[in-house]
Design a protein around this ligand. Sequence first.
Ligand code: NAD
Length: 255
Amino acid sequence: MDDQETNPAAPTALVTGSTRGIGKAIADRLRQRGVHVLTHGSGDGPAGRAQLSADLDDPAAPAQLWSDALAAVRAAGGKRIDILVNNAGLFDAAPIDLSDIAWLDAWDRTLRINLSSAAQLSRLAVRHWQEGGAGGRLVNIASRAAYRGDSPDHWHYAAAKSGLVAMGKTIARHYAGDGILAYTVCPGFVDTAMVGDGANARPDIGAAADLARDIPLGRVAEPEEIARIAAFCALDAPESMTGAVIDANGASFVR
Ligand code: NAD
């Protein structure tokens, strides 16, 4: 994080999974808007790419990440984290012909990384914002799958993303009086490693060009488009919009 003395009034954001893809685009966008950004990665990528490292598959990691993030803020002369963007996620397949234990393991891992860790971080953020008395903004990156469902190998992914949507709405409903606002973004396909040929890629789908056939807009979204929506939620969205879920899927799923 940059030195907060350069602009002590600027808000601070923690963006999970910001080493690449949508998370990196969100971090870049927020920085362009003057936000102090704390980046996070799973720790298995090239060293030094993220300021904070935590494998969110470990149930102890979210609390450690939050505490490391606060320590980094204070070391830079700041006092609080104003914005939490829960973006980290993975898209692992769990075909139904796996053994019972392997299928359950896949569910546990996806739920831990895509939902429980976001819940743990959100809980810590809500308590931090309640104690600080100045509110805060939560932005969850869910998915079109929350509403539309996903492939036969990804029941768990869709369920985790639905959970994220429900969690965001619950936080919005119960903490608005404390100035705590929660917004959820539901992208369709976005041109990242998750969709392309990266280690975290979807095995059930092809190149971005093939996906475009099912998208009236004629193309998958760019990470920067999702970042613009996330930055709007983090900085500009009217308070009365709290609890909103924003779709970004090129009209491939209109509800
Ligand atoms: P990506 O694979 O490019 O990036 C995922 C990020 O999550 C990385 O920074 C990675 O380090 C982090 N991450 C993964 N496992 C982790 C772990 N165990 N611990 C800590 N961090 C971990 O994917 P992306 O496309 O940029 O996806 C970002 C978010 O957007 C995810 O929540 C994803 O579900 C969601 N999303 C993506 C798409 C898409 O088509 N790409 C569509 C809808 C929603």
